[in-house]
Design a protein around this ligand. Structure first.
Ligand code: NAD
Length: 314
């Protein structure tokens, strides 16, 4: 059985490995919907209880497919997180205004087929006007909690300084969780520096993308991946090193991310039951310390490199 960890002060116990449902929206490859649904059920059977999705993934497709998968599943078997504020390539692709957030939450509940989500998160705050995020979006999410449509409130984003700036500006207790992505894994450990401030604020931490959205896989990153070429090349070299040793970089990457106990859950995404199973099974094996040291050495020149996102791009 997968380990359960406390998510900040929410009282929620979440599996150390969580299911990221972006793949159900076909963001990495076209998926077979019934295989995607089987993956959700298999993930639950493997002991995963945290499921994260967003209206943005597959432009509502991921929420719709997930809603079909969850039909008939006992509500206490899963902790459901979705997001609001980020919608798609067409304008307005981001909208953190209060009315839109309130409407967005209702739309998500409809697609997911539930009367409440456990966690509602502002999706990638660095793309918003932070005044609007702080003064409209977070209060609207808190009103959803008062209305029984969500239990807790979170924010997500890539640049940790922006995430911390939002945490700094809101009243204590108004943000329950932070979802950080691509900032804790084999190639990047910047999230560690943010943990003391988040812990001091009583905020639960979720880490997403232990495979760095495909960088740390043998298939390699999708064409849209925003990582700079140097980082992509180093990750390819690390994957090749694993291959030469008869090992899989995905296994090492998942083991490494989940081993950090101050992170409540690590979200990994796949629409394949077999891949989800191997991600969970990876946690039963001890980490190969020699391989880990060699992979970290290959990635050392690009450590914490990341890429600009949202307001950092201007
Ligand atoms: P990830 O690191 O989980 O990588 C996913 C890629 O790895 C996919 O191509 C998948 O097919 C592949 N993969 C997964 N398991 C594999 C295995 N065992 N072997 C080979 N390939 C495997 O990245 P992600 O999908 O970006 O992140 C996971 C989840 O985290 C998302 O679904 C989402 O829920 C969440 N997330 C949130 C944000 C945000 O809120 N801003 C950003 C990124 C991710």
């Amino acid at each position: 059985m997968l380990e359960r960890r406390s998510l900040g002060r929410t009282g929620l116990q979440v599996s150390s490995l969580g299911f990221g449902a972006s793949s159900l929206g076909g963001v990495f490859r076209d998926i077979d919907e019934s295989e995607g649904i089987r993956t959700v059920h298999h993930a639950l059977d493997l002991g995963i209880n945290l499921i994260d999705v967003a209206p943005y993934y597959g432009l509502t497709k991921a929420e719709t497919v997930l809603g079909r998968a969850l039909r008939g599943v006992q509500r206490d078997r899963y902790v459901l997180a979705t997001k609001c504020g980020r919608y798609g390539p067409e304008a307005p692709d981001f909208d953190f205004t209060g009315d839109r957030i309130t409407r967005s939450i209702d739309e998500s509940l409809g697609r997911l087929g539930v009367d409440h989500v456990d966690l509602i998160q502002a999706h990638d705050v660095e793309f918003g006007d932070l005044d609007v995020v702080v003064e409209e979006c977070i209060p609207a999410m808190r009103r959803a909690v008062e209305a029984g449509k969500a239990r807790f409130v979170g924010i997500t984003g890539l640049p940790l300084e922006v995430v911390l700036a939002v945490v700094d500006r809101v009243d204590a207790g108004s943000i329950d969780t932070v979802l950080s992505y691509c900032r804790y894994g084999l190639h990047d450990t910047a999230l560690l520096d943010a943990l003391p401030a988040l812990e001091a604020a009583g905020i639960g931490v979720i880490n997403a993308s232990p495979l760095a959205m495909g960088l740390l896989t043998h298939r390699g990153a999708p064409a849209w991946h925003p990582a700079p070429k140097e980082l992509q090349a180093a990750c390819e070299a690390a994957a090749e090193l694993c291959e030469r040793r008869g090992a899989r970089i995905e296994k090492l990457a998942v083991q490494y991310a989940v081993a950090e106990l101050r992170i409540a859950s690590t979200l990994v995404s796949s629409a394949s039951p077999a891949r989800m199973q191997s991600n969970v099974e990876a946690l039963s094996d001890p980490i190969d310390e020699e391989l880990l040291a060699d992979v970290l050495a290959v990635l050392e020149p690009v450590h914490n490199q990341s890429w600009p996102s949202g307001i950092q791009e201007n």
